[in-house]
Design a protein around this ligand. Sequence first.
Ligand code: ATP
Ligand code: MG
Length: 384
Amino acid sequence: MKRLILIKYGELTTKKGNRRVFINKLEENIKKLLKNDIKIIKKLDRMYIETLNIDLVSNKLKKIFGIQGIVIAYKVNTNIEKIKEAIVKILENQSFKTFKVDTKRANKNFAIKSMDFNNVIGSLVLKTFPCRVDVHNPEVTIKIEIREETYIYLNQIKGSGGYPVGIQGHGLLMLSGGIDSPVAGYLALKRGIDIDCLYFDSPPHTSLEAKNKVIKLAGILNEYSGNIRLLVVPFTKLQEAIYKNVPSEYNITILRRMMYRIATSIDQNYKVIINGESIGQVASQTLTSINVINSVTSFPIIRPIVCLDKIEIIDIAKKIGTYETSILPFEDCCTIFVPKHPVINPKLEKCLEYENFDYESLIKECIDHIEIITNFNNNYKELL
Ligand code: ATP
Ligand code: MG
């Protein structure tokens, strides 16, 4: 018998007309993210992966969106004796007291109906191992899929769900070093958006460690994508101009309006801007603030965590592996020069009045000098 990985598609199986496009994208992503030696056999309702590194590959598959379930299966000829032999072999390495058999007979040329085959295998297992049947809460479920060939497996590993990354086109994630924006990026990837990341860097007010932290976060997100580019905007001059020209209580509001202006002018091929704003978290995220900030652009902006509590966001950050990096104590450009009393209900007229300096040429300078990073395995640790 042969051991292989069987992949069950998630939500994409509901998209009837587009199914092939989804499956091709998923295959492309698997090839990109799994640099291992693999052979993919693509079917409309599932995918089979043959590899010598089953455990390593199935672990990596857990991070690929568009996969609902990952199963390590045994393939045998569709022949009663071969199936029986395989099942005894598989169960020899298991410790269990209760079990059930679940047969699916897709191949109607196979003479025995599913229910009857459950009984055949059930009796075999009862005869061979000290155990009993429990159809409601078994320790082991023996799944048998009878097709042209037969697949036998015990457990299904949960996949990440979602849609294959890239199926929805490109978006730009505003990525700071905090807890929120990496989570927003993860959720956008999960819906099939291919993301690049944008970081506003203000040296020397923000440190190299802060930048390296963002590089590390982009690298963690890239494990779910394989396609991420990090764009670093040199923001210092513009930020200094804001502090020079704008009354302190409006600093953050205007700073964020500038960030939005830059994010939305970089490349019109991005279909959406994504950020980690969450209603009410800080003064610049009251509904009034968000509206006044957002009014600089008609570009679509999505905020995947807009209605989540901080605790819910932290739970996701821990699950996806960004939390430990996010909580490292390096400052962000939004946290330096924070005014004592940032305005909570900013007025648009005031913003327009305070933006009375030549910010356009500074924005152009920012965009003209963007640094693009695609290698995230930097010397981050050495710098700590
Ligand atoms: P986060 O935890 O993601 O840093 P936050 O709660 O600290 O968010 P803000 O600092 O107000 O909130 O930022 C709101 C959002 O604006 C961030 O989630 C991120 O998407 C974006 N942002 C903030 N600072 C930067 C930065 N330096 N570079 C890129 N994007 C940023
Ligand atoms: Mg922040």
